[in-house]
Design a protein around this ligand. Structure first.
Ligand code: FAD
Length: 310
């Protein structure tokens, strides 16, 4: 299995990184250190998640603002969910993000308020699903709108075909990119992509890549969101619980191999779920052969970049 890209491949591959809003000061320090560490890989954009039902509203807003204003990451995308909230509340959050300089949203429905697996009820007077939220965002301007996609089908969905219908509705309403739920089997992704394209959906479908820091945690999460972890991955990592260095190395190999294989299948964009930690994601980027841009060069560019979009 190959783990390194040719320099020409590296030059044409674009990365994006996902973060979640920190719950306390310690986590905030860690997050901004991570954002700074990973910025040397010059991501095409970074994203900040948003808790369903607005549970992280204030923290998401603060995090996004800090990334744009203090760190000069003008390419920060704000996730937004519409479950459990009236339209007026969601609209007010959209306005706050726009006022903070956000020009890219990741528009989601959010998990049902009873938790993953419970029945979803549209909120009375709210946006009924992600497609409705996309429409409301698009009515406000010509910015980027990313949405979710599920190569292994959303757990609530009766079939992949129903999922692709929903994706199509989001695209018809103005979505410009889809980012997938994490998956580990590239054949599944390729099959899904073929079906999406034959349904007439032409926006980029960006694979969501989850480097595995903690196998048990990822197994639990995968079970909830319907992603499979191939036996080959479990057998490569499962016996390394007590050997953190080997485990880290193996996890780095697994993610780099997945990306190299997808690049060779013609994919150029990758969204990495960072879990707000830099070492594993940085090791994957290094192994792929990604060049680190000196931090000084990046810092020098900040005021210019902020001014260019301000
Ligand atoms: P939708 O696209 O509206 O629907 C998802 C699927 O459910 C559809 O494809 C469809 O198959 C099925 N479905 C929905 N409604 C119907 C219907 N009426 N009839 C038939 N089928 C239906 N969650 C958060 O809380 N915060 C985040 O920041 C966040 N970020 C995410 C980022 C990405 C890239 C991804 C992949 C997921 C993210 N999630 C986040 C999780 C997401 O909120 C959940 O998966 C949620 O259950 C579905 O939201 P959605 O936007 O995908 O919904």
């Amino acid at each position: 299995n190959e783990r390194t890209l040719h320099p020409a491949e590296c030059a044409s591959v674009r990365l994006s990184f996902e973060y979640f809003p920190p719950k306390n000061e310690e986590m905030e320090t860690q997050l901004f250190q991570t954002v700074s560490d990973l910025s040397v890989f010059a991501p095409a954009f970074v994203t900040v998640t948003y808790g369903a039902g607005g549970s992280t509203k204030a923290r998401s807003l603060t995090t996004v603002r800090r990334m744009i204003e203090e760190m000069g990451l003008t390419n920060t995308a704000a996730h937004l969910t519409c479950v459990g909230a009236p339209k007026a509340e969601v609209d007010a959050v959209i306005e706050e993000f726009l006022a903070s300089g956000v020009r890219h949203f990741v528009a989601l429905r959010g998990d049902p308020q009873g938790g993953i697996g419970s029945a979803y009820e549209p909120f009375p007077g709210g946006y009924e699903n992600a497609a409705a939220l996309v429409k409301a965002l698009r009515a406000r301007g010509d910015f980027e709108i990313s949405v979710s996609a599920y190569p292994e089908k959303h757990p609530e969905s009766p079939s992949v075909a129903a999922d692709i219908d929903m994706l199509k509705r989001k695209v018809d309403n103005g979505a410009t990119r889809a980012i997938t739920q994490f998956f580990f089997d590239n054949d599944d992704f390729e099959r899904y992509l073929e079906r999406v394209r034959s349904a007439g959906v032409e926006i980029p479908i960006v694979p969501g890549i989850l480097p595995i820091n903690n196998l048990a945690q990822v197994q639990k999460f995968a079970g909830l969101c319907g992603s499979k972890i191939p036996d080959s991955i479990v057998s490569r990592l499962g016996h390394l619980d007590d050997r953190p260095e080997e485990r880290f190395k193996e996890a780095t190999h697994i993610a780099a191999e997945q990306i190299v294989d997808l690049v060779r299948r013609g994919i150029g964009d990758f969204h990495l779920y960072t879990m707000n930690r830099s070492p594993l994601v940085a090791a994957v980027c290094d192994l792929l052969g990604y060049e680190r841009r000196p931090a000084a060069e990046f810092a020098a560019e900040r005021p210019r970049r902020a001014a260019a979009t301000g």
